[in-house]
Design a protein around this ligand. Sequence first.
Ligand code: RIB
Length: 305
Amino acid sequence: MEKICVVGSLNVDLTVTVPHFHQPGESMFGLSFNTYTGGKGGNQAVAAARLGAPVTMIGCLGADAYGSMYLDALKRENISQDGIVVTSAAPTGIAMIEVDPKGENRIVVYKGANDELTCDAITEKAGYIERSGVCLFQLENPLPAINHAMAIARQAGAKVILDPAPVPHTPIPQAMFMLCDCVTPNETELHILTGMPVDTIEQAAQAAMKLIQMGCPAVINKRGGQGSLLVTKEGYKLFPGFKVKAVDTTAAGDSFNAGLGVGLAMGLELGDAIRMANAVGALSTTAQGAQAAMPTMEQAMALLN
Ligand code: RIB
């Protein structure tokens, strides 16, 4: 299997389960509280490592207790930390997460140290990107740093997968879409990116076409339990989701991207890599916490078969 490099965010998730999402001005009691390692980048790295891929993580942590906690977690998951920058300029990023009884979540991220990932730091770590066959990106770090890392990956011939999450307030430059092999928005992200409706498969396919016109060869619209929709210039195809009992959907999208990346790193065709990604995403929802239920390759294959 080819190496995978994840360039992205590392947060500590402060997760409260709630009886229902509360209204403005309402105070309520949470049902349980846990502290987990998370962040879209860290989640993608852990999910890929669980599937057996050799993974290097490039990201930025604060020089604090949460930073140390995260370094320990990466070590336990056999993820190379050589790409991690530890800074005293800001605290480790955190995410305040509410999870309702249906397993849906609401997330507020304070980016902290994630915002300290600079183009210079990326240049310093470029070798890890260049030696990888597949690189996974998201948007919880400064856009110029991610753009720079994507350009290095592209130049080196690695596959570039961009999770456009969260969608930034300023438009993603077209040049960035042109660096991608594949962009993987969920329904909300696809709607924000294009301003178009995405409720039906046909609507989503039309919206995705707008991103394809911006230079991205393939769009995969993650549609939760429904599955995922691959859209290319040639047309579109829905890959149905797997039925599981979802407890916490936090990081289902991150797990999907890791499954996709690992599938491509194994040399699978895009369609087969998407099927694997659907299975990995579904399994990741079956326990509390972003990283707790991320499956091994055996578990993913068992669901696939
Ligand atoms: O995608 C889920 C992740 O989003 C959480 O782990 C949280 O840290 C935020 O980055």
